[in-house]
Design a protein around this ligand. Sequence first.
Ligand code: GLN
Length: 500
Amino acid sequence: MSDRIIDKAAAELAADIREGRLTSVEVTTAFLDRIDAVDGTVGAFLHVDREGALAAAREADAAVAAGESVSPLAGVPIAVKDVVVTKGLPTTAASKILEGWIPPYDATIVERVKAARMPILGKTNLDEFAMGSSTEFSAYGRTANPWDTGRIPGGSGGGSAAAVAAKMAPLAIGTDTGGSIRQPSAVTGTFGAKPTYGSNSRYGVIAFSSSLDTPGPVSRNALDAALLHEVISGHDPRDSTAVDAPVPPVAEAARLGATGDLSGVTLGVVTELTAGSDAAEPGVVEAYRAGIDQLVKLGAQIREVSCPSFVHALAAYYLIAPAEASSNLARYDGVRYGLRAGDDGERGLEEVMSLTREVGFGPEVKRRILLGTYALSAGYIDRFYGQAQKVRTLVKRDFEAAFEQVDALVSPTTPFTAFKFGEHSEDLYRMYLADLYTVPANLYGGPGVSVPVGLAEGLPVGFQVMGPVMGDDIAYRVAAALESTQEPLLADTAPEIEGK
Ligand code: GLN
């Protein structure tokens, strides 16, 4: 096993820190140095906070030295997607409209990360306001996939996934509205989890589509993700849709899964997400099927289940998400915060607002605002938004019916592996297809995790496990079991990135 700090998983680093083999300052410094060495090539970070991270690391070391009872991840540094607000640290949502904004408060999940004594390395790149599947829609430049720097790292959370894949951070926070944790994880060979909607606070997570947005962990393996999941999850009175229920025991489930025993577990293969799905690349289907074979060897029963409404899920998502976004993004008016354009003392309020939005928002955000406003407008609301909400109900019913027969559902995470820069930015339908398999779980609200399942033509493939609402533990258990049958991709197989 390698002795390099950056090669170790978060749980291992935490144990080294707790047991005095390493300090948090040493660990944090190693990741900051890695960022200095390779982020010029990868471009995962929009902002690096060396001083803040080291100050937090010193405090973590002091707490450990004082014998305080510390969290299971104390001292382990983390990267945070730049759509999550951080007190005193720039937060842009990768948009020009928030350039220069320094939030006066922390998101609840950031408060929890800090309380767990995890140093924050910096803020990671994303598609503007988390709208996209490639991170090409960031206003601040692109992030490369560490597996092939000519390819996208997925999106919207490409920065968080690339930071973990390139070993610039052992853990990261992402947000998943339609797949933005799982799809980037799939294409970068990392582990990503979208928790049950409402089980992770949205307070301080810049709103895209409020009925779908779910923050969650990105990591190198199931156990690390589960430990972070437990740090950030739990009821928050400041989020009106927060679930007031105990956090599912995901770390215990990940440990159980790692023993490789799935006897008594029934998994549903969703017909509509695999067979006959012309969107999926052959290499993805092959890796996914090999994953199913492994699960059978571990004792899982496989049953085919049909979820007929899933074929309409993507269309419904692309009405509901833009509709909510058009309302949420109305607050960027050049008055309350962020950019203000054309305020020359002559122009009126409306003109300044309109100019600010014209120069502040990028093309994808504008497309979504137009689409969403149209879908909600008088005369069309029933035909578009109303229909989409009906489909959402049908998708939920499909999930509920499926979970009467099986413990969890499985599918590939995404139909294709990392594509080349520019390959789909002109053909947005192809871009939107990246979320074909991930959006159903968002419409339903249940958990979905993506675990690496090998390579197709040298590029990582993700395997998705979806559980019932508040059944995050079964999703982690199955994913950890599959992981126990796989080569650790990042440790052994990933190409070494050279700095520039
Ligand atoms: N790619 C999807 C979109 O563009 C999902 C985004 C997300 O989950 N934030 O809307």
